[in-house]
Design a protein around this ligand. Structure first.
Ligand code: SF4
Ligand code: SF4
Length: 480
């Protein structure tokens, strides 16, 4: 009822009219020998890509670029790393700019190439379709066998299959939760957490259990609902796509009027009476993990996984028609209004904005100080006059080494002659750590400019001044 062209949008495919969940049993898409030899085997390509992505996902927390993690979102310690570029609380504006740039990039790519991210690159889809779903196929069989098993009474065989499947699902969810934690706290901290007894990391262990439960519920039960109801990206795609966007699309010009192929009916006869290439076999619907019928047009639930393309190509091959009845195409391409991807004014505007943001971000990142220095007057102190007339001020210095390597630093007075005493006259700036020290600045009366003298202090590391700060030096004023 729900998928007829007249009322297919009255309900969503995964819920009945009363709002009860309809469990999806997507069939394995035809791949390998079952795929059409004259068309790309997208499922196979996705499988290869998923191996690469899973490999990156697993090694990600342990990979470092210039000493910094590849990706780290340490919300607790407010340290963030994107492709080895560290962002600290002081760099919040840069982090916000990086997020805005990322958002514009998503908008640009979605407007041009639709939801390619969802079907091919999103960790949720990769894990669900390329790991958990394949394990389910291996244990419970293809869609029809799974349905039969679910509807059958609890026999020994059913209990065994379900126990094995859910045991593996839970173990894999535990691994995924560990990886997620690795992206939050970093690879080394994750190894400590794994190797130390759980009692030493109570909070970390609790987090792991909570997220294991969450991932298990997503992959064992929630599944496509995460893309349909939780992920905001699917929701706002409708405002980003237009008739020029490349999406997984059914060629209604060629396919309609859809009709079953009658025995002995030739293609000439079919076409002459207005029937199209779609033989209404429904295979494109049965392989769809979100349960939609792509022949009804682009829909919110479509994650562009291309299962329906593979399915339809295999059908077209069997009925001796050209592949591509369902393919990556824009509405304008299907209707013959354009041949190639159109760089419309909207796309150009997104592209220019994206380029400008990239340039701005790159410029700010290049100009960013490797070490951030903060000088504050020691609380409760003003100045001290020495017997020889010199005046001293005390400051507390904080030095944040934003790089992934240790640096040696020295402090210098840049605009006045005077004495600057601190630690051992040398700072060991540990990677990604904050170091603090007390600085005592002494100026002779001839250097003073009234009661407040601006003093510029520089931090020298790697042979060059990496940060400066101007502070106010207090004194009783020049004596006459
Ligand atoms: S309609 Fe096709 S591309 Fe979209 S989710 Fe379903 S099978 Fe995947
Ligand atoms: S798989 Fe192709 S031929 Fe079969 S129903 Fe879908 S669009 Fe029509």
């Amino acid at each position: 009822m729900s998928n007829s062209p007249e009322n297919f949008r009255d309900t969503i495919p995964t819920a009945d009219a009363q709002g009860r969940r309809i469990w999806m049993y997507p069939r394995k898409p035809p791949t390998g020998k079952a795929s059409a030899p004259n068309a790309p085997d997208y499922y196979k390509l996705r499988t290869w890509l998923s191996w690469v992505l899973l490999f990156i996902l697993v090694i990600g927390p342990f990979v470092k670029i210039a000493g910094n993690p590849l990706l780290m979102m340490n919300i607790v310690e407010r340290k963030f790393s994107i492709f080895g570029i560290m962002f600290w609380p002081q760099d919040f504006y840069l982090f916000a700019l990086a997020m805005i740039t990322g958002f514009v990039m998503v908008v640009f790519f979605t407007a041009a190439w639709g939801r390619i991210w969802c079907g091919w690159l999103c960790p949720q889809t990769v894990l669900m379709e390329m790991v958990f779903r394949k394990i389910e196929y291996a244990i419970e069989g293809d869609a029809r066998d799974q349905q039969k098993l679910n509807e059958s009474p609890w026999t020994q065989e059913k209990i065994t299959k379900k126990a094995i499947k859910h045991g593996i699902f839970f173990a894999l969810s535990f691994v995924v939760a560990n990886l997620l934690l690795g992206y939050i706290i970093g690879g080394e901290a994750l190894i400590d957490l794994i190797t130390d007894p759980p009692t030493q990391h109570g909070a970390g262990f609790l987090f792991l259990l909570l997220f294991t439960g969450l991932f298990y519920s997503i992959f064992a039960r929630f599944r496509e609902q995460a893309c349909t109801f939780i992920c905001p990206y699917g929701r706002f795609q409708s405002v980003l796509l237009d008739e020029n966007s490349l999406v997984v699309a059914y060629d209604h010009v060629r396919g309609e009027k859809r009709a079953r192929k009658l025995k002995g009916e030739s293609w000439e006869e079919r076409l002459s009476i207005g029937k199209g290439d779609c033989v209404d076999c429904g295979l494109c619907v049965t392989v769809c993990p979100t349960g939609i019928d792509i022949r009804n047009g682009t829909q919110m639930e479509c994650v562009n996984c291309t299962n329906c393309i593979d399915a339809c190509n295999s059908v077209m091959h069997k009925v001796k028609r050209d592949p591509g009845l369902i393919r990556f195409a824009s509405m304008n391409q299907i209707e013959g209004k354009s041949k190639k991807l159109q760089f419309t004014p909207r796309l150009k505007a997104y592209g220019i904005l994206m380029g400008a943001l990239f340039l701005l971000l790159s410029g700010l990142l290049i100009a960013r100080d490797a070490v951030d220095m903060t000088l504050l007057r020691v609380r409760g102190t003003l100045f001290q006059e020495l017997p020889n007339g010199d005046v001293t001020n005390m400051f507390e210095g904080q030095f944040m080494n934003k790089t992934g390597r240790e640096m040696d630093g020295v402090l210098e007075l840049l605009n006045v002659e005077g004495q600057l005493l601190y630690s051992d006259q040398h700072l060991s700036l540990l990677p990604q750590e904050e170091t603090s020290t007390i600085l005592v600045v002494t100026l002779s009366p001839d250097q003073l400019r009234g009661k407040e003298t601006k003093v510029k202090i520089g931090l020298r590391a790697d042979g060059k001044i990496v940060d400066t700060q101007t502070t106010t030096f207090l004194s009783p004023g020049r004596k006459r």
